[in-house]
Design a protein around this ligand. Structure first.
Ligand code: NDP
Ligand code: MG
Length: 386
């Protein structure tokens, strides 16, 4: 019998965390939950802990009510979870920059990071690569586009190229974007969009932050940077195409011109499962079945950059490098949290990010303290932006 692999589930109470729990439930002979963490949702974390009886439970921001004596608290709980000796795979499903240090610690400890927390790679791409080299850990993406790219390029990973999973013989990466809820809206109507409009994603059910990112296409900017850091493909060979059905999850073009795509109904079940089982595939009856006839027709459209300026801002920040991606990420997080709280209009998101980049893109970025300082400066600027 194959020994069961221990999993730390960071962000166990979120959208990806819940998907991951469903996947783990279907594979009790392969995986066991060793550590579970959440930010503040004590009730959901307690329910998960009762089900899995993990060795470690961490609640980062308790609200003061009584907790089981064994629970750990504070951001250090994430680090303790990833370093637990029985943890082989860290599924990082924390939202935002708060996930970076856990990613770094897991890689330094030589673990696999099944990474949903794309912000880790955008904020700390260079540091993540250093940590993986130093500790021998590996990153396997959970993001559906990057899972698709990895699946298309399986067998061509490795070698001395740049990136966490350098690809051989690849000419171009084509990331698909659903286009979000405003795909067909005019530019003026988008500028006046309300919160409920932005949260109504046509094809994916996700947490609030990534839903807003999908409406502004900030999510696709984060994903272009994520693809560059993961696979080492230069920015001018990473393209984005709008694909409203979210059936083709992304495509890889090889040196001979052949293009492979990975298809499936929009569901995070398979990307989560694949990040746990990679490079193997496990038999699984819970991943929704794809029906080509029901899914047709498949359409592809160009991105409307004039209507979605956040995408261009983010990709430019990625190309610029240094602190720019960290500033983009932090400014976006801060702008989205203001939009969610009602103190910034949707139209204000790209403007505030642009202002943060103008002021801070040349901030030092040599090590973690420098990047965290750039991140903090961007958040302060956006909070105070009028
Ligand atoms: P959710 O908001 O649904 O869940 C976030 C999880 O992270 C919750 O468990 C939350 O705990 C925890 N958390 C929030 N803040 C902190 C913090 N400061 N420290 C520790 N834990 C924290 O987000 P999603 O599941 O939608 O997204 C998670 C990540 O996965 C994001 O990076 C997103 O971009 C990425 N992703 C998500 C996809 C999706 O389909 N949802 C698809 C592809 C990528 P609590 O519940 O206690 O607040
Ligand atoms: Mg994605």
């Amino acid at each position: 019998m194959t020994p069961r692999r221990g999993v730390a589930l960071l962000g166990a109470t979120g959208s990806i965390g819940e998907t991951a729990q469903r996947v783990l439930r279907r594979h009790p002979d392969r995986f066991r939950a060793v550590a579970l963490t959440a930010n503040g949702n004590q009730a959901a974390l307690a329910a998960a802990a009762a089900e899995w009886a993990p060795a470690m439970v961490g609640l980062v921001t308790p609200d003061g009510s009584a907790l089981p004596a064994s629970w750990r608290t504070g951001a250090a709980a994430l680090l303790e979870a990833v370093r637990h000796p029985d943890v082989e795979i860290v599924l990082n499903a924390v939202v935002g920059a708060a996930g970076l240090e856990a990613t770094l610690a897991a890689l330094v400890a030589g673990k696999r990071v099944a990474l949903a927390n794309k912000e880790s790679l955008v904020l700390g791409g260079v540091l993540v690569q250093r940590a993986a080299r130093a500790g021998g850990g590996e990153v396997v993406p959970v993001d559906s586009e990057h899972s698709a790219l990895l699946q298309c390029a399986a067998g061509r990973v490795g070698g001395d190229g740049e990136g966490l999973l350098p690809l051989r013989g690849v000419r171009r990466l084509i990331l698909t974007a659903s286009g979000g809820p405003f795909r067909t809206w005019g530019t003026e109507r988008i500028r006046g969009a309300q919160l409920a409009d932005a949260l109504a994603h046509p094809t994916w059910q996700m947490g609030r932050k990534i839903s807003v990112d999908s409406a502004s296409l900030a999510n696709k900017a984060l994903e272009v940077i994520e693809a560059h850091v993961l696979f080492g493909v230069p920015y001018d060979r990473i393209e984005v195409v709008v694909h409203p059905q979210s059936i083709v999850h992304s495509m890889v073009e090889f040196d001979d011109g052949s293009v492979l795509a990975q298809l499936g109904v929009p569901s995070m079940e398979l990307p989560v499962l694949y990040a746990l089982s990679y490079p193997d595939r496990l038999e699984d009856s819970g991943v929704p079945i794809f029906d080509p006839v029901a899914s047709s027709p498949l359409e592809f459209q160009p991105v409307r950059h004039d209507a979605f300026p956040t995408l261009g801002l983010g990709v430019a920040a990625g190309r610029r490098g240094g602190a720019a991606p960290a500033v983009f990420n932090a400014a976006n997080e801060a702008a989205v949290s203001r939009f969610l709280a009602g103190s910034l209009e949707f139209r204000g998101i790209p403007g505030t990010i642009g202002a943060a980049l103008d002021a801070l893109a040349d901030h030092p970025a040599d090590d973690l303290p420098a990047l965290l300082a750039a991140d903090a400066a961007a958040r302060t600027l956006v909070k105070e932006y009028r």
